[in-house]
Design a protein around this ligand. Structure first.
Ligand code: BJW
Length: 237
């Protein structure tokens, strides 16, 4: 029995119509990360940051899961107790495809966090400085429930425990440049897991992985999952 940890990044959602961050023309080519993805940027200009996430929340309502999201849900359905899916993505495409054992380590665009009462609420509409917290009824303290630079990603303890116990780690559609997700391959590899990179192209960290497959996620993820489910992927090394 394998214990599988899968890490996904924005590349898995690219073919659904959501931009990646660091590819040519990606989100960080259009916006200054210091303005829209740091607590300091939010303190300086909350209206701009709220509008950036309002725009992304609206876009995310128009997209659908693709064949790569569906393949990971199929893998979990075939091995329900063996798969933990950790996504850096704030979109909801994994859960919409059927994945259940899922951690959003960088938060969720469809949630808002009241920094007054500390309650996180489902949120589909635009956020503004006047938005009211459904839990405490306070206004002016709601922010997107996403993890900005300098903030601690969510649920690191269960993620690290799963990586230490993993026999197979699969990194999909992430450049591996953002800490601490960038360290997951090392952690899993040190614990003896086979490590697989599935990406459009080799990342700067590709040499750290024991296996690599390159191409569009909608092609290589379903192919890898089918190979694994048919017993074609090599056993524990
Ligand atoms: C395809 C494809 C297709 C395309 N098919 N593939 C100096 C050195 C080292 C670290 C630091 C440093 N200074 C500060 C840090 C820490 C910092 C960090 O890592 N900075 C570096 C960037 C320099 N990290 C943090 O601050 C984190 N917190 C932290 O460290 O807390 C301290 C702590 C840690 C541990 C314990 C206790 C305390 C927080 C990071 C928060 C990241 N937030 C964002 C925004 C989230 C909200 C939002 O979405 O707006 O998260 S930034 C952005 O990057 C987003 C993503 O989740 C994240 C990762 O990006 P991703 O997904 O990898 O995208 P890309 O664009 O980089 O890559 C896309 C890939 O897809 C490419 O490889 C393509 O080839 C591929 N691809 N099409 C398959 N069709």
């Amino acid at each position: 029995m394998d214990r599988i940890v899968i890490l996904t990044g924005s590349g898995i959602s690219a073919e659904s119509g959501i931009s990646t961050f660091r590819d040519k023309g990606g989100i960080w080519a259009q916006y200054d990360v210091r303005d829209v993805a740091t607590p300091e940027g939010f303190a300086r200009n909350p209206a701009m940051v709220l509008e950036f996430y309002n725009m992304r929340r609206r876009l995310h309502q128009t997209v659908a899961p693709n064949a790569a999201h569906a393949a990971l849900a199929k893998l979990e359905a075939a091995h329900p107790s063996e798969v933990l899916l950790v996504t850096q993505n704030v979109d909801a495409l994994h859960e919409r495809a059927g994945s259940r054992n899922l951690i959003h380590m960088h938060g969720e665009v469809f949630k808002a966090w009241c920094t007054s009462c500390d309650v996180r609420s489902d949120w589909v509409d635009d956020l503004s400085a006047e938005s009211q917290c459904p839990a405490c009824s306070g206004t002016g303290r709601m922010r997107p429930d996403v993890v900005w630079f300098g903030e601690t990603p969510y649920q690191l303890d269960p993620i690290i425990a799963a990586l230490r116990a993993a026999t197979l780690f699969i990194s999909i559609g992430t450049s591996g440049t953002v800490y601490p997700a960038s360290q997951f391959v090392d952690l899993a590899g040190r614990s003896g897991a086979r490590t697989v990179e599935l990406n459009l192209e080799p990342t700067s960290g590709a040499a750290k992985f024991s296996h690599t497959r390159h191409g569009p996620a909608t092609e290589i993820v379903p192919a890898f999952v089918d190979e694994f489910l048919n017993g074609g992927f090599p056993g524990r090394s």
